[in-house]
Ligand binder design. Sequence first.
Ligand SMILES: Cc1cc2nc3c(=O)[nH]c(=O)nc-3n(C[C@H](O)[C@H](O)[C@H](O)COP(=O)(O)OP(=O)(O)OC[C@H]3O[C@@H](n4cnc5c(N)ncnc54)[C@H](O)[C@@H]3O)c2cc1C
Length: 397
Amino acid sequence: MHDILLVGGGLGGLATALALGQAGVTTQLFEQSPAFTEVGAGIGLGPNALRRLKGWGVGEALQAKGFVPSQLEVMDAKTGQQLGCLPMAKTFEQRYGAPYLTIHRADLHQVLSDAVNAQGLSVLHLGQRLQDVKADASCVKTQWLSSEGQVVEHASQALIGADGINSKLRELAWPSSQLQASGHWAYRTLLPRHTLPAAWRGDAMGLWLGPRLHVVHYPVRGGEWLNVVVLVETSDAAQTPGWDSQRSAAQTAHDLQTAHRGSCSRLQDLVRMSESWRAWALFDRQPVQSADDMAQGRLALLGDAAHPMLPYLAQGAGMAIEDAGTLAQCWLQAGLSVEQRLQPYAQARWQRVAKVQARARRNARVFHASGALAWGRDLSMRWGGAAVMDMPWLYGR
Ligand SMILES: Cc1cc2nc3c(=O)[nH]c(=O)nc-3n(C[C@H](O)[C@H](O)[C@H](O)COP(=O)(O)OP(=O)(O)OC[C@H]3O[C@@H](n4cnc5c(N)ncnc54)[C@H](O)[C@@H]3O)c2cc1C
């Protein structure tokens, strides 16, 4: 019988294999895709995530492939004026023990999988999709469908679901909670920085706020590419989350043009620089309500499987990485049953992730506000500056 089975070889599953491997724990990781793939887009890692990754020995590899933005500049999408500025690079390093890092998702995935392979403690099973789970007091029995159509069975002490927003383990073991469509879409593109006008080649991370939209941009791939994400509210909500879901080129152009009707010419110029946008329909769930939402008996969830969130705090992967660290710490407690090790993991994590889920929802309202709420937001950023933009509760833990 295996010790721990991990479902899903995304950022959360790999981070968990790495964190457990650091402690000498062997794992079996099952990924439904026949090959590891990650979408061509950027991701931001707060110091809370990067500090943990540094502790697992991948800090240098990440910094070599990523980019450390000098600061966060928040702009008014309508007027193009700066609302506030948060120094990040050295300031974050001194304050939080790690900077804010922006990186291409494929690079992050590669660094994690290389590190897991180098440890040699996790056996990777590609092309294996979890189909069924039966857990009792003695073990967990799982059934997997291979990409060649064969059914394989395994028994293990514990099963950890890191299988993302459409988690099969969650569907089987926590069937009551529903995904919620937000009606928001994220459009993402990558632009070669050397082709951009000087105004778009700075070292800062940009955040533009406007009614029913916001735009985020930052360099990735050591500064070679600019990752641009336009988040818009639409009247039509998608049925399922996923890249390129239900969005034609015509719908994309329509959404982007409609959203940017009131934006300043500088921002409109940026959006016109790409004709190749990928769409992601945004879903989340009600914030986690209790530890039981994350672990029951020999089963546990982590990452998007446990707490999918809107990307308005840029912390989905960050929370998965934190989950991985806590799970590894709890697993190491000697002389305890599997349940006695998974329960403390859920106890330690549920309030933290619930707060981040709720704050991400709140940011959706604040970022996309108009009228009095937008006026108050802008005023507090102008007067409070870095003090209101920094998040020690998030980055410092
Ligand atoms: C537009 C957008 C921007 C974002 N920006 C940020 C950001 O800046 N910072 C940040 O921290 N987060 C960000 N996120 C969130 C982040 O991408 C996710 O939280 C993170 O990828 C979740 O990782 P995960 O491993 O839990 O799930 P996933 O990355 O979805 O991985 C799940 C894996 O499980 C596999 N799988 C699924 N079902 C099965 C099955 N039945 N059997 C076997 N394998 C299975 C999948 O193939 C996949 O490989 C963003 C998200 C979006 C949509």
